[in-house]
Design a protein around this ligand. Sequence first.
Ligand code: GDP
Length: 457
Amino acid sequence: MLGKLVGWDDTIAAIATPQGTGAIGVIRVSGTKAIEVVDTLFPSKSLTEQPSHTLHVGLLKDGSLVLDEVVVALFIAPRSFTGENVVEISCHGSHYIQSQVMETLAARGVRMAKPGEFTQRAFLNGKMDLVQAEAVADIIASNTEASKRTALLNMRGGFSSVLKELREELIKFSALIELELDFSQEDVEFADRTALFDLLNRVSVQVSKLLQSFRLGNVIKNGVQVAIIGKPNAGKSTLLNALLNEERAIVSDIAGTTRDTIEEILNINGVLFRLIDTAGIREHTSDIIESIGVERSLAKMKEADVVVYLFDVSATSISELEQEKKNLEEAGIKYILAGNKADKVIDLLPYTDSGALFISAKEKSGVEEVKQKLFDLTVSGDLNGDNVIVTNARHIDALQKIEQSLYDIRNGLQEGLPGDLVALDIRECLHYLGNITGEVSVDDRLDFIFSKFCIGK
Ligand code: GDP
């Protein structure tokens, strides 16, 4: 683990709650002198004599000036988020009060924290590894149950522990191969090649599992892009409204009505589905022919992760439907076929082979099935289990490099490359594995990673 860096022993502070007026505002202070400094502002008792993990109510005073009545929470090093002495001052939510407290702290030598600096210190003090630290940012940014759960799992070390184990096993092999090099004259083999292949395979399986999980991770973090496509009057607006559960429907009776929606969002089982180009759906001008094959529809479909192709069962022939399906398949588009206005048609039998769902957008029947199918089609994989899911682009980059180096090692072994070259490839693989969890030197990237946090985290 990385040791404490020189210059990191100053005490920092930041307002940890969002800007704007809330009921309370929390100021976080961390560093060797955190408790000492706050103690000078807290006359009612001596904070330096209080045990860790305790709360204290009292006036915060700068000399005779009362700053606020506050609650002070004490966390004595190393039992704190950052691993340093930490004081959290909960004051009233006024921006004025919080600024005044910050100024008073600054006058006592406390420095304003940089973005992510608290979490960075937690990492540097060995309180968490890099994946966990990055997960803190994801937790703060999470906006659905699924994204929160994934981030929490990563923060608790789910993803890192898998990689750490594999890395340790690989280190053993690398040591054995390097030992062989010392005995190169004697033609000995300490590292069991079969066992090494076996390990390489296990690492490969894990790595490709993690790489695959990224697609799901991305879905959880950024949502699924959905486009509703179909001919005019198929019922797209009606379906959109039914999906969004909006009663204030804007359908074709009001000609040319557009609603300036940038994006409509659906939450299905904790995953966000972003309905794209909803303004387009709501345009009802006759010059927009939204049939498959029309350029605009195609572009829209390409942009989407999944397309809901809606057709009017009362006005679509079987052969027409088969043609539309063929078009979708040829374009390599993931789609759901939904036959709308099922309330109007008595005989649906001819359409049953098409694999379509039959719905009535107007009567809101079958809409839940559309939602469920959207979910099943795009969020395959077990969201509820403790599956490790990679959501971070930096990790994916490293995983791809690991995959390449695994290939190189295996190739090298098969071709009987000299041990020193194999050892080099193994080192490279170890380097990338360690990069993810922060076990190898990553100093340059640290500032970059933590700068993406906001101040106070
Ligand atoms: P869009 O052009 O594809 O957006 O179609 P709209 O949603 O504007 O619907 C066109 C017409 O079909 C409207 O008059 C709707 O009321 C009607 N409509 C939509 N869904 C259904 C349905 O499930 N059943 C019936 N009977 N009519 C529907």
